[in-house]
Write a protein that binds this ligand. Structure first.
Ligand code: ADP
Length: 413
């Protein structure tokens, strides 16, 4: 089956078309500046596996028009990979927030759409765009089964001790205020890969700590394949230091900023999400590569920013080992996790007491792609680098659910 995976942001539409049997991505791309200034400067960059990209510049006032251009590109006589759109057997959508309702991926129907809409209040930056992608696909590909894969779903196994905040309990009961956690598709994918790698080596894989370090960063404790604690919270602002997000701070800072600096809630929200983290501390950039360049040129705030990034990561790894009573493997993934040997080395410093010993040479070898183990041969626990592939997991879930629907249609009870 050919599965189209769609990931809509407020001004973008990213996609990949998979062959679910071979798990190969046949084509991928991104429509950007969708709906910005009426979508007059939008463009679609479409890439067919192994070829250079094909760019379409066209007005894209909304996600439905953008999706129309994506579908045209997929069947384009020169740049396309499909003869007709009827070859698309299912569409998988990345949806950020599934609240407490969705602990796994689901086939999309009117009730699911209403539920996703209901979570717009607690995910105002993400769910509305995800929803637009779903509605656009419904119009453009009527009758094709669609599946929602939620960023929060993997973390629905957290126990209440891990998700209830120290606030009046009514806020949880009446307003759903609790830790949800995000990046769940990535944590689930790399944890699953880690289980395979460790199992093949005859090693225990019960206690895994997964570190997703991209522009957004989060860390998850996975026990027996289930997420039991994760660093992001009610929103993706909590936990680790990130590119522009502050991660954990003292909540009393918010009223302090209101009362003493005259900031309002919008300004504070913008500062904590867009002007903090690596960017805020260094004053240089939110990109770890720029931070390294500045640190090596002697910039003390860039040095401090990267040190704080690694310190907080190490602190969380220690805490999560305590939560799950030890660790069989730590997994690094996403832009920084997969590529940044310096960060991995700093984060792992002093963790020998947990049985985690980094092989400095293997860690520094930048010529290797794909999954690898960078712990020393003697290290009791493993240190794994595993490239994340959220789209592939969305495609797998989508193909599995779409085929159950098709079999129900074939054999009505
Ligand atoms: P996103 O969360 O937007 O998907 P990515 O997973 O691409 O982000 O991660 C972006 C981060 O990864 C940036 O801080 C960037 O500096 C870092 N990064 C990407 N490639 C490298 C590299 N080769 N070495 C060090 N850092 C890298």
């Amino acid at each position: 089956m050919k599965v189209l995976v769609v990931n809509c942001g407020s001004s973008s539409l990213k996609y990949q078309l998979f062959d679910s049997e071979t798990e190969q991505a046949l084509a991928s791309g991104v429509a950007s500046r969708v709906a910005v200034n009426g979508g007059t400067q939008a463009q679609l960059e479409h890439r067919v596996a192994g070829n250079s990209s094909h760019v379409v510049c066209a007005p894209m006032p909304d996600h439905e028009v953008a999706l129309g251009h994506v579908l045209e590109a997929l069947v384009h006589p020169e740049h396309g990979v499909l003869n007709t759109l009827e070859e698309i057997g299912a569409v998988g959508h990345r949806v950020v927030h599934g609240g407490e309702r969705f602990s796994e991926s689901v086939l999309i129907d009117d009730k699911v759409i209403a539920a996703i809409e209901g979570f717009c209040e607690i995910a105002p930056l993400h769910n509305p765009a995800n929803l637009q992608g779903i509605l656009a696909s419904r119009h453009r590909l009527p009758g094709v089964p669609m599946v929602a894969v939620f960023d929060t779903a993997f973390h629905q196994t957290l126990p209440p001790t891990a998700y209830i905040y120290g606030l009046p309990y009514e806020l949880y009961e009446e307003r759903g205020i609790r830790r949800y956690g995000f990046h769940g598709t990535s944590h689930r994918y790399v944890a699953g890969q880690a289980v395979e790698v460790l199992g093949a080596a005859g090693r225990s894989a019960d206690k895994i700590i997964t570190c997703h370090l991209g522009n957004g960063c989060s860390i998850t404790a996975v026990e027996g394949g289930k997420s039991v604690q994760t660093s992001m919270g009610f929103t993706p602002l909590a936990g680790l230091l990130m590119g522009t997000r502050c991660g954990d701070i003292d909540p009393a800072l918010v009223p302090y900023l209101i009362n003493h600096l005259g900031m309002d809630s919008r300004e504070i929200d913008e500062m904590l999400n867009k002007r903090s983290g690596l960017l805020g501390i260094s004053g240089v950039s939110s990109d770890m590569r720029d931070i390294h360049a500045a640190a090596e040129a002697g910039n003390p705030r860039a040095r401090l920013a990267r040190d704080i990034f690694c310190y907080r990561l190490r602190r969380y790894i220690g805490a999560y080992a305590a939560v799950i009573g030890g660790v069989d493997a730590v997994v690094f993934t996403a832009g920084i996790g997969e590529n940044d040997a310096w960060v991995r080395a700093q984060a792992m410093q002093g963790l020998g007491f947990l049985g985690l010993c980094l092989d400095e040479q293997a860690n520094a070898d930048g010529n290797l792609n794909g999954s690898r183990d960078v712990a020393t041969a003697e290290s009791r626990a493993r240190i794994l680098i595993i490239p994340t592939n959220e789209e592939l997991l969305i495609s797998r879930d989508t193909a599995a659910l779409a085929s159950t629907e098709q079999s129900v249609l074939r054999d009505p009870a």
